[in-house]
Every structure is written in structure tokens, then in C-alpha cells.
Design a protein around this ligand. Structure first.
Ligand SMILES: C=CC1=C(C)c2cc3[nH]c(cc4nc(cc5[nH]c(cc1n2)c(C)c5CCC(=O)O)C(CCC(=O)O)=C4C)c(C)c3C=C
Ligand SMILES: [Fe+2]
Length: 410
């Protein structure tokens, strides 16, 4: 990257360690940098929110433990007819170089200028490979069994045109123009090799809107993300990352992401009483505290009974059905975006959750938990699973390398 060009464009204001990213479900941004002041050429200086940059290179890809950003894009691509392993490798090198440059606040050659005033704004770009990518590139021997298609669940109403895909990009940023610009730059750079299959846009609370970081809310109004595994937990690495001596070796430091587009039946949900809404989840809507008492961070007491001897957390309450204690320890890192794509013909909002969960092996996390939800989750009445995908997400790229290099150059 042309550092001089990048810095003069960024007009950076804040000192190292500062971050405007409040409302972080995952704590402080690991490795996020806020750049030192630089000479200005055009436009006002950047705040901490604009100047915060997340490193692209490292053991893991960005956008997994990075605090949730306000804007997100998910895009799946299929390899163009005739594109194989060589073209895929060239594409991943090109995409990785661009992602690193954009995330550092740089300006690629032939840039459109869309994001020139905003700084990196915690931009992250994350890449994944879908099941069919391995056939298209002649690498089926390297495909892990954990990437086999997810089972069909009984309540699924999946649209195949908005599901799956050979390649996947997740873009997150705290500025909507920065997020769009990154996705568009990558799409343009890959146009001869990768054809867009589906695209979805999501959002979360804007950082800095509250004086202290808060867990985000979803469009049902619930505090969502409280009981996520935390990077400081002893078992976090084991739950989320493919280990360095894991199988396949090319996926070391990587993870698997399950994506589900889940529409919320808000007309039905919003007519329920507060008591019923809280019974469905097992937590208070206002502050996210368990129905068994305490505050948001208090552990749920699944054994608690009321004066009549009935369970305080109902048998089909979402937190009982999904709790690691009732799933042999299965846990996943949930890092979703909300979405709203206008209104359907009947006037109901086309809105819900772009559910994304990260795990070391979906056969030991998402799949068994979703099987249980499918059989008896009080929330099921108010949601519809409309699209689905599973991607293997390689570990992070080393400086000078690219994401997926260990697979594509093995
Ligand atoms: C298969 C995995 C899951 C799907 C699909 C899912 C959908 C979904 N969840 C909410 C709202 C909440 N979920 C909460 C907790 C929670 N959910 C899952 C898994 C899935 N959710 C897990 C593993 C957990 C944590 C359970 C625990 O350890 O206690 C909560 C409570 C707050 C929290 O911990 O985040 C809410 C609220 C919606 C709206 C939804 C589909 C639209
Ligand atoms: Fe949930």
C-alpha cells in the first residue's frame, strides 16, 4: 500500500488505543488500532470512530471476534464458468491485498472515492469457502467432512437462490459508505472470476450511541448476545477455532460459519404481552436478565421453580433449549446483523436476523442445537428460516500472503 497516500486521505486524529466503538458485544476490539495524527489535505479530521483500523493479517481472520459493527454486508459468489484452482488462487490474492489496504484506510488504485472522507471505521473483511468451491477447484480431497451440507430441519422454508455459494465475503464497518465501498471494490476486482449469487445487508446499533458499551438488541427488542462465549474464556479457542494441529491442516486457525436468514413475524410477536415475550425467551426484555433473577450477566438457573413447583424457565424457553448445559456443552459464537428489506405484499416487515454463528465444528455446535430448536422452541412460532449457508473460513493471512493460500497452493 502507498502509506503516504493512505495517511493523507485518512486525516487521522486519535492516538493509539482510542476507539469510538461502544456497544460492543464482544468487549474491547482486539488489535484495533487508532492512528496517530497526520497532516491534513482535504476534509475534517477523523474521530476515533472513523480512524479505528482492525488489522487484516494475523492468526485468525478479522470480523469474527471483532466487536460487532453498525453496518454489514454478506455476499456469496459462485466461481465463473471455466474458473478453477489457478483463477481462485489469483482471486484470493487480489481480494486479500485489497482487503488489507482498505482495512488500513488505504486507497486502492482506480478508486471510486466513495469512502474517502470516512477513514477505515473498523472495517473488516472476512472470506469463506463453500462446499462446491472444492469441486470447482479440483480440491475435493481437501474438503473437510464438517463442510457437508447442513441437514434440512422440519421448519425450514429455504430459498436455494439465497443460500449456499462457492465463496463468501462478510464486510463489517461502522460507516455505511465504507462498508459499501469495500464490498463494491472487491466485487469489481473479482468480476471475471466470481459471480454474485446472493447479497444481504444488515445493521446493528451504532457505536457511541450509549455512554457505555451495551449488548445489542434484535428487532424483537430482546437483548441478544449476552451468553456468548468470550475470547477470555478458557474454552473459547476450543469452541471457535480449528486447532493448529487440527484437521484439515489448511484450516488451522480458521472456523466454520453457519448463516441463516431468519425472518421475524413481527406482527404476531408485537401483539404478545410482555409476560409472554419474556416466557418465550426466558429473560427480561428490558435488561436481558434471566427470569430467575439478577442482572444481564447473572447465570440462568434452569432448576429454579416457582411457588407452584413449576419451572421458572419454561421447558420450551429459548435459553433452556439452547443452553450449553442442555446440549452436552455445545456452544457457538453468535455475531449476527439485523436486516430490514422493506415490506411484504401483506404489509408485514421483511425483517429479522442475519444469524451468523462461528464454531470449530458445526456438527458439534449449530447442528445439534438447531435440531433441538426445530423440535420445541417457543420462539419458532414467531420466526421463519428462509436461507442457509455453511462456509469454511480459513485462518488469517500472514503479511505478504493471502487467505486460503495453504489450501490453494498445497
Ligand atoms: C441454532 C442456534 C440458534 C438460533 C438459530 C437462534 C436464533 C435466535 N435467537 C434469538 C434470540 C436470542 N437467543 C438467545 C440465546 C441463545 N441463542 C442461541 C442459539 C440460537 N439462536 C444460543 C446458543 C443462545 C445462548 C444460550 C445460553 O447459553 O444461555 C437470547 C438470550 C440472550 C443471549 O444469551 O444472547 C436471545 C434473546 C432470536 C431472535 C433468534 C432468531 C431470530
Ligand atoms: Fe438464540
Amino acid at each position: 500500500m502507498n502509506e503516504q497516500r493512505a495517511i493523507s486521505r485518512r486525516r487521522l486524529l486519535t492516538s493509539a488505543g482510542a476507539t469510538g466503538a461502544a456497544g460492543l458485544a464482544l468487549g474491547t476490539p482486539t488489535g484495533a488500532l487508532a492512528h496517530a495524527a497526520a497532516t491534513d489535505d482535504d476534509g475534517p479530521a477523523l474521530t476515533a470512530l472513523g480512524s479505528t483500523a482492525v488489522p487484516f493479517h494475523g492468526t485468525h481472520q478479522p470480523g469474527i471476534t471483532t466487536p460487532m459493527q453498525a453496518h454489514g454486508h454478506l455476499a456469496a459468489f459462485d466461481l465463473a464458468p471455466g474458473a478453477g484452482r489457478r483463477e481462485a488462487a489469483a482471486l484470493m490474492r487480489r481480494w486479500s491485498t485489497l482487503a488489507a489496504e482498505l482495512m488500513a484506510g488505504g486507497t486502492p488504485e482506480t478508486d471510486t472515492g466513495v469512502a474517502r472522507d470516512a477513514g477505515p471505521a473498523s472495517l473488516t473483511v472476512t472470506f469463506g469457502f463453500g462446499h462446491h468451491f472444492f469441486e470447482a477447484t479440483g480440491l475435493t480431497d481437501a474438503r473437510p467432512e464438517a463442510l457437508d451440507p447442513l441437514p434440512l430441519f422440519s421448519a425450514d422454508e429455504l430459498d436455494p437462490e439465497r443460500s449456499d455459494g462457492d465463496l463468501w465475503i462478510q464486510v463489517g464497518a461502522d460507516d455505511g459508505l465504507v462498508a459499501f465501498h469495500a464490498l463494491r471494490t472487491l466485487q469489481r476486482a473479482g468480476a471475471e472470476t466470481a459471480v454474485v449469487r446472493w447479497h444481504m445487508k444488515g445493521f446493528n446499533r451504532s457505536p457511541g450511541a450509549t455512554s457505555r458499551p451495551m449488548t445489542t438488541r434484535n428487532l424483537m427488542g430482546q437483548v441478544d448476545g449476552t451468553n456468548n462465549p468470550k475470547p477470555s474464556d478458557d474454552d473459547f479457542d476450543q469452541r471457535v477455532w480449528v486447532p493448529s494441529d487440527g484437521d484439515p491442516a489448511w484450516l488451522a486457525g480458521g472456523s466454520y460459519v453457519v448463516f441463516r436468514r431468519i425472518r421475524m413475524l413481527l406482527d404476531a410477536w408485537e401483539t404478545e404481552s410482555l409476560d409472554e415475550q419474556e416466557r418465550v425467551i426466558g429473560r427480561r426484555k428490558g435488561n436481558g436478565a434471566p427470569l430467575t433473577g439478577g442482572d444481564e450477566t447473572t447465570a440462568v438457573d434452569l432448576d429454579a421453580v416457582d411457588a407452584d413447583g413449576g419451572a421458572v424457565i419454561a421447558a420450551d424457553a429459548h435459553v433452556r433449549v439452547t443452553a450449553p448445559e442442555t446440549n452436552g456443552g455445545a456452544a457457538m459464537l453468535r455475531r449476527p446483523f439485523s436486516y430490514h428489506d422493506g415490506f411484504r405484499a401483506d404489509g408485514a416487515p421483511d425483517a429479522g436476523l442475519l444469524f451468523l454463528c462461528w464454531q470449530a465444528d458445526p456438527r458439534r455446535a449449530f447442528v445439534p442445537v438447531q435440531r433441538k430448536l426445530d423440535r420445541g422452541d417457543a420462539l419458532s412460532e414467531y420466526i421463519r428460516h428462509e436461507a442457509s449457508a455453511l462456509f469454511a473460513v480459513p485462518g488469517g493471512a500472514a503479511e505478504g500472503g493471502y487467505v486460503g493460500q495453504a489450501l490453494l497452493e498445497a
